[in-house]
Ligand binder design. Structure first.
Ligand code: 2AM
Length: 175
């Protein structure tokens, strides 16, 4: 049976992706880690793993029933997780709408048999990978805000040494 590697997430507006990539190039030396491609910058809400088409359909139906209001997201925090080698951007105070949305998707995923990490949800945008060595983080004088008006289901594809995320379906949040 075919299975696809899927996750629910929030994409970033393209101009913001471009801004973040420019800022990252100014702030981090090349040897700090492997930069994530601009088009791949996103926030994961629930990682599903390898999922059959049948299970994916069920999860898509459940996602369509979620009723959640749009919210603003402030990107004003950054950090480094040396063990997975991730440098990330996030928010000092995650909006309640974001936490509720992730909580619902993660609960639906768990009930559908997709293993969910027991670690608390820490919303983040991965900026650099393979960043396992100590690194100086930029001063926290940055702040971007964007409005989250929808969430999406993505397929993670890996070919010719590159990861690409394909958006399979999006669901609007109410205004
Ligand atoms: P990361 O950026 O912190 O690595 C697609 O792989 C997305 O799902 C990434 O944003 C990744 O988060 C997230 N993810 C969460 N748990 C994962 C896992 N067990 N394996 C791979 N990716 C995972």
């Amino acid at each position: 049976m075919s299975a696809r590697r899927l996750f629910f997430g929030i994409g970033l507006p393209e101009p913001l992706q471009q801004q973040l990539v420019r800022w990252r190039a100014e702030q981090f030396p090349e040897e700090a880690g492997r930069p994530v491609a601009a088009a791949n910058l996103h926030i994961t809400l629930a990682f599903l793993g390898d999922v059959s088409d049948e299970k994916a359909q069920g999860l898509q139906q459940l996602a369509g029933r979620i009723q959640q209001r749009a919210f603003n997201l402030d990107l004003d925090d950054a950090g480094h997780w040396p063990r997975p080698g991730v440098v990330w951007l996030g928010c000092r105070q995650a909006p309640r709408g974001l936490l509720q949305l992730a909580e619902m998707l993660r609960a639906q995923a768990a009930r559908s048999g997709c293993h969910q990490s027991p670690q608390p949800f820490h919303p983040h945008i991965t900026l650099l990978r393979n960043a396992t060595r100590p690194i100086a983080l930029p001063p926290r004088n940055f702040h971007w805000q964007f409005r989250v008006t929808h969430f999406s289901l993505y397929q993670s594809l890996f070919s010719q040494g590159r990861t690409r995320y394909r958006c399979l379906q999006s669901w609007p949040l109410s205004e």
